[in-house]
Write a protein that binds this ligand. Sequence first.
Ligand SMILES: Cc1cc2nc3c(=O)[nH]c(=O)nc-3n(C[C@H](O)[C@H](O)[C@H](O)COP(=O)(O)O)c2cc1C
Length: 219
Amino acid sequence: MRGFARQLLITALLLLGFAVIGVGLVAATHEATKERIAENHRRMLLRFMNQVLPPERYDNDILRDRVQVVDPRLAPHGEAVTVYRARRQGRPVAAVFTTVAPDGYNGRIELLVGVDVSGRVTGVRVVDHHETPGLGDAIDIRKSHWVEEFRGRRLGDPPLKRWAVKKDGGVFDQFTGATITPRAVVKAVRHTLLYFQEHRKTLFTLPVPRAGGGTGEGP
Ligand SMILES: Cc1cc2nc3c(=O)[nH]c(=O)nc-3n(C[C@H](O)[C@H](O)[C@H](O)COP(=O)(O)O)c2cc1C
Protein backbone atom coordinates (compact mmCIF):
# COMPACT_ATOMS: atom_id res chain seq x y z
CA MET A 1 0.00 0.00 0.00
CA ARG A 2 2.82 2.34 0.94
CA GLY A 3 4.50 1.53 -2.39
CA PHE A 4 1.31 2.45 -4.23
CA ALA A 5 1.05 5.79 -2.37
CA ARG A 6 4.66 6.54 -3.25
CA GLN A 7 4.03 5.75 -6.90
CA LEU A 8 1.00 8.03 -6.86
CA LEU A 9 3.01 10.86 -5.32
CA ILE A 10 5.79 10.48 -7.92
CA THR A 11 3.24 10.56 -10.76
CA ALA A 12 1.56 13.64 -9.27
CA LEU A 13 4.92 15.39 -8.90
CA LEU A 14 5.87 14.50 -12.46
CA LEU A 15 2.58 15.91 -13.75
CA LEU A 16 3.07 19.08 -11.72
CA GLY A 17 6.61 19.41 -13.08
CA PHE A 18 5.40 19.13 -16.70
CA ALA A 19 2.63 21.64 -16.03
CA VAL A 20 5.10 24.13 -14.56
CA ILE A 21 7.50 23.68 -17.51
CA GLY A 22 4.58 24.05 -19.98
CA VAL A 23 3.31 27.27 -18.38
CA GLY A 24 6.87 28.59 -18.23
CA LEU A 25 7.43 27.91 -21.93
CA VAL A 26 4.17 29.64 -22.91
CA ALA A 27 5.02 32.65 -20.74
CA ALA A 28 8.54 32.89 -22.20
CA THR A 29 7.24 32.68 -25.79
CA HIS A 30 4.59 35.31 -25.05
CA GLU A 31 7.20 37.64 -23.55
CA ALA A 32 9.54 37.15 -26.52
CA THR A 33 6.85 37.88 -29.14
CA LYS A 34 5.08 40.69 -27.23
CA GLU A 35 7.63 43.31 -28.17
CA ARG A 36 7.76 42.21 -31.79
CA ILE A 37 3.97 42.39 -32.06
CA ALA A 38 3.96 45.85 -30.47
CA GLU A 39 6.66 47.03 -32.90
CA ASN A 40 4.75 45.63 -35.91
CA HIS A 41 1.59 47.36 -34.70
CA ARG A 42 3.48 50.64 -34.32
CA ARG A 43 4.87 50.38 -37.85
CA MET A 44 1.47 49.60 -39.34
CA LEU A 45 -0.10 52.51 -37.47
CA LEU A 46 2.60 54.91 -38.64
CA ARG A 47 2.20 53.73 -42.25
CA PHE A 48 -1.56 54.50 -42.16
CA MET A 49 -0.92 57.68 -40.20
CA ASN A 50 1.39 58.98 -42.93
CA GLN A 51 -1.33 58.29 -45.46
CA VAL A 52 -3.99 60.29 -43.62
CA LEU A 53 -1.69 63.11 -42.54
CA PRO A 54 1.59 63.92 -44.33
CA PRO A 55 4.40 63.82 -41.72
CA GLU A 56 5.91 67.10 -43.01
CA ARG A 57 2.84 68.93 -41.65
CA TYR A 58 3.86 68.39 -38.01
CA ASP A 59 6.99 68.17 -35.88
CA ASN A 60 5.82 66.45 -32.68
CA ASP A 61 5.86 62.74 -31.80
CA ILE A 62 2.28 62.13 -32.92
CA LEU A 63 2.12 58.52 -31.74
CA ARG A 64 2.91 59.68 -28.19
CA ASP A 65 0.79 62.83 -28.22
CA ARG A 66 -2.47 60.98 -27.82
CA VAL A 67 -5.56 61.01 -25.64
CA GLN A 68 -8.54 58.74 -25.37
CA VAL A 69 -12.12 59.95 -25.68
CA VAL A 70 -15.48 58.28 -25.32
CA ASP A 71 -18.43 59.28 -27.48
CA PRO A 72 -21.12 57.08 -29.08
CA ARG A 73 -20.58 58.82 -32.41
CA LEU A 74 -16.94 57.71 -32.52
CA ALA A 75 -17.29 54.13 -31.30
CA PRO A 76 -20.10 52.00 -29.85
CA HIS A 77 -20.62 50.62 -26.32
CA GLY A 78 -18.53 53.21 -24.48
CA GLU A 79 -15.39 52.11 -26.31
CA ALA A 80 -12.51 54.57 -25.99
CA VAL A 81 -11.19 56.08 -29.19
CA THR A 82 -7.60 57.26 -29.45
CA VAL A 83 -7.01 60.76 -30.79
CA TYR A 84 -3.49 61.47 -32.04
CA ARG A 85 -2.61 65.15 -32.04
CA ALA A 86 -0.34 66.75 -34.61
CA ARG A 87 1.41 70.01 -33.69
CA ARG A 88 3.93 72.27 -35.34
CA GLN A 89 6.14 74.35 -33.04
CA GLY A 90 3.66 73.52 -30.31
CA ARG A 91 0.65 74.79 -32.21
CA PRO A 92 -2.24 72.41 -33.07
CA VAL A 93 -2.22 71.25 -36.70
CA ALA A 94 -4.58 68.27 -36.90
CA ALA A 95 -6.09 65.36 -35.02
CA VAL A 96 -6.28 61.75 -36.17
CA PHE A 97 -9.13 59.64 -34.77
CA THR A 98 -9.35 55.85 -34.54
CA THR A 99 -13.07 56.00 -35.28
CA VAL A 100 -15.13 52.79 -35.42
CA ALA A 101 -18.09 52.42 -37.78
CA PRO A 102 -20.18 49.81 -35.93
CA ASP A 103 -22.67 49.19 -38.74
CA GLY A 104 -20.75 47.63 -41.61
CA TYR A 105 -22.41 44.73 -43.45
CA ASN A 106 -20.23 42.34 -41.48
CA GLY A 107 -19.82 44.34 -38.28
CA ARG A 108 -17.31 46.94 -37.21
CA ILE A 109 -15.06 48.86 -39.57
CA GLU A 110 -12.00 50.46 -37.97
CA LEU A 111 -10.86 53.75 -39.45
CA LEU A 112 -8.21 56.42 -39.14
CA VAL A 113 -9.75 59.83 -39.80
CA GLY A 114 -7.48 62.87 -40.01
CA VAL A 115 -8.99 66.33 -39.48
CA ASP A 116 -6.99 69.58 -39.62
CA VAL A 117 -7.65 72.47 -37.24
CA SER A 118 -9.93 74.15 -39.77
CA GLY A 119 -12.13 71.04 -39.72
CA ARG A 120 -11.04 69.74 -43.13
CA VAL A 121 -10.47 66.02 -43.68
CA THR A 122 -6.77 65.37 -44.31
CA GLY A 123 -7.35 61.71 -45.13
CA VAL A 124 -9.25 58.55 -44.26
CA ARG A 125 -8.02 54.96 -44.20
CA VAL A 126 -9.77 51.72 -43.32
CA VAL A 127 -7.46 49.90 -40.92
CA ASP A 128 -9.57 46.78 -40.34
CA HIS A 129 -12.87 45.42 -41.67
CA HIS A 130 -14.74 42.20 -42.49
CA GLU A 131 -16.73 43.39 -45.49
CA THR A 132 -17.43 41.03 -48.36
CA PRO A 133 -14.64 40.75 -50.95
CA GLY A 134 -15.81 42.13 -54.29
CA LEU A 135 -18.78 43.95 -52.70
CA GLY A 136 -18.02 46.01 -49.61
CA ASP A 137 -14.23 45.87 -49.58
CA ALA A 138 -13.82 48.81 -51.98
CA ILE A 139 -13.45 50.89 -48.79
CA ASP A 140 -9.95 49.39 -48.52
CA ILE A 141 -7.34 51.55 -50.28
CA ARG A 142 -5.70 48.37 -51.62
CA LYS A 143 -8.93 47.65 -53.52
CA SER A 144 -10.07 51.11 -54.66
CA HIS A 145 -9.49 54.82 -54.13
CA TRP A 146 -13.03 55.40 -52.85
CA VAL A 147 -11.86 56.69 -49.42
CA GLU A 148 -9.98 59.47 -51.19
CA GLU A 149 -13.40 61.08 -51.83
CA PHE A 150 -13.22 62.43 -48.28
CA ARG A 151 -9.91 64.26 -48.56
CA GLY A 152 -10.36 68.04 -48.39
CA ARG A 153 -14.03 67.81 -47.40
CA ARG A 154 -15.42 69.42 -44.26
CA LEU A 155 -18.81 70.07 -42.65
CA GLY A 156 -20.50 72.45 -45.09
CA ASP A 157 -18.67 70.96 -48.06
CA PRO A 158 -20.96 69.28 -48.84
CA PRO A 159 -23.82 70.62 -46.66
CA LEU A 160 -24.48 68.34 -43.67
CA LYS A 161 -27.54 66.61 -45.13
CA ARG A 162 -25.53 65.69 -48.24
CA TRP A 163 -22.86 63.94 -46.12
CA ALA A 164 -24.35 60.64 -47.26
CA VAL A 165 -24.12 58.17 -50.15
CA LYS A 166 -25.82 59.19 -53.40
CA LYS A 167 -28.62 56.67 -52.84
CA ASP A 168 -29.54 58.58 -49.64
CA GLY A 169 -29.38 61.98 -51.36
CA GLY A 170 -25.70 62.59 -50.60
CA VAL A 171 -22.60 63.19 -52.69
CA PHE A 172 -20.56 60.05 -51.96
CA ASP A 173 -20.60 57.06 -54.32
CA GLN A 174 -22.02 53.77 -53.15
CA PHE A 175 -20.73 50.55 -54.68
CA THR A 176 -22.55 48.38 -57.18
CA GLY A 177 -24.79 46.11 -55.09
CA ALA A 178 -23.29 47.33 -51.82
CA THR A 179 -24.65 50.42 -50.11
CA ILE A 180 -24.47 49.35 -46.48
CA THR A 181 -20.67 49.46 -46.23
CA PRO A 182 -20.07 52.92 -47.75
CA ARG A 183 -23.09 54.28 -45.84
CA ALA A 184 -21.49 53.15 -42.56
CA VAL A 185 -18.14 54.75 -43.43
CA VAL A 186 -19.65 58.07 -44.58
CA LYS A 187 -21.64 58.27 -41.33
CA ALA A 188 -18.57 57.54 -39.22
CA VAL A 189 -16.53 60.26 -40.96
CA ARG A 190 -19.41 62.74 -40.65
CA HIS A 191 -19.72 61.93 -36.94
CA THR A 192 -15.99 62.40 -36.45
CA LEU A 193 -16.19 65.87 -38.02
CA LEU A 194 -19.15 66.80 -35.82
CA TYR A 195 -17.28 65.61 -32.73
CA PHE A 196 -14.17 67.53 -33.77
CA GLN A 197 -16.18 70.71 -34.36
CA GLU A 198 -17.62 70.49 -30.83
CA HIS A 199 -14.39 69.58 -29.03
CA ARG A 200 -11.65 71.16 -31.16
CA LYS A 201 -10.35 73.51 -28.44
CA THR A 202 -10.34 71.10 -25.51
CA LEU A 203 -8.97 68.20 -27.58
CA PHE A 204 -5.59 69.88 -27.96
CA THR A 205 -5.34 70.90 -24.31
CA LEU A 206 -6.12 67.52 -22.70
CA PRO A 207 -2.99 66.15 -21.01
CA VAL A 208 -1.45 62.89 -22.26
CA PRO A 209 -2.42 60.24 -19.69
CA ARG A 210 0.52 58.82 -17.71
CA ALA A 211 1.74 55.37 -18.84
CA GLY A 212 -0.43 52.70 -17.23
CA GLY A 213 -3.00 55.36 -16.40
CA GLY A 214 -6.69 54.78 -17.08
CA THR A 215 -8.73 55.89 -20.05
CA GLY A 216 -9.18 59.63 -20.29
CA GLU A 217 -12.81 60.60 -20.52
CA GLY A 218 -13.96 62.67 -23.45
CA PRO A 219 -13.63 66.43 -23.22
C1 LIG B 1 -23.52 37.30 -49.31
C2 LIG B 1 -23.76 38.76 -49.38
C3 LIG B 1 -22.76 39.61 -48.97
C4 LIG B 1 -22.94 41.00 -49.01
N1 LIG B 1 -21.95 41.82 -48.60
C5 LIG B 1 -22.15 43.15 -48.60
C6 LIG B 1 -21.13 44.02 -48.13
O1 LIG B 1 -20.03 43.64 -47.71
N2 LIG B 1 -21.41 45.34 -48.14
C7 LIG B 1 -22.62 45.86 -48.56
O2 LIG B 1 -22.80 47.06 -48.53
N3 LIG B 1 -23.56 45.04 -49.02
C8 LIG B 1 -23.37 43.71 -49.05
N4 LIG B 1 -24.34 42.90 -49.52
C9 LIG B 1 -25.56 43.50 -50.11
C10 LIG B 1 -26.54 44.01 -49.06
O3 LIG B 1 -27.31 42.98 -48.56
C11 LIG B 1 -27.48 45.07 -49.67
O4 LIG B 1 -28.32 44.44 -50.59
C12 LIG B 1 -26.72 46.15 -50.38
O5 LIG B 1 -25.81 46.77 -49.53
C13 LIG B 1 -27.65 47.21 -50.97
O6 LIG B 1 -28.20 47.95 -49.92
P1 LIG B 1 -29.40 48.97 -50.18
O7 LIG B 1 -30.61 48.13 -50.43
O8 LIG B 1 -29.50 49.77 -48.94
O9 LIG B 1 -29.01 49.77 -51.36
C14 LIG B 1 -24.18 41.52 -49.49
C15 LIG B 1 -25.20 40.65 -49.88
C16 LIG B 1 -25.00 39.30 -49.83
C17 LIG B 1 -26.11 38.39 -50.25
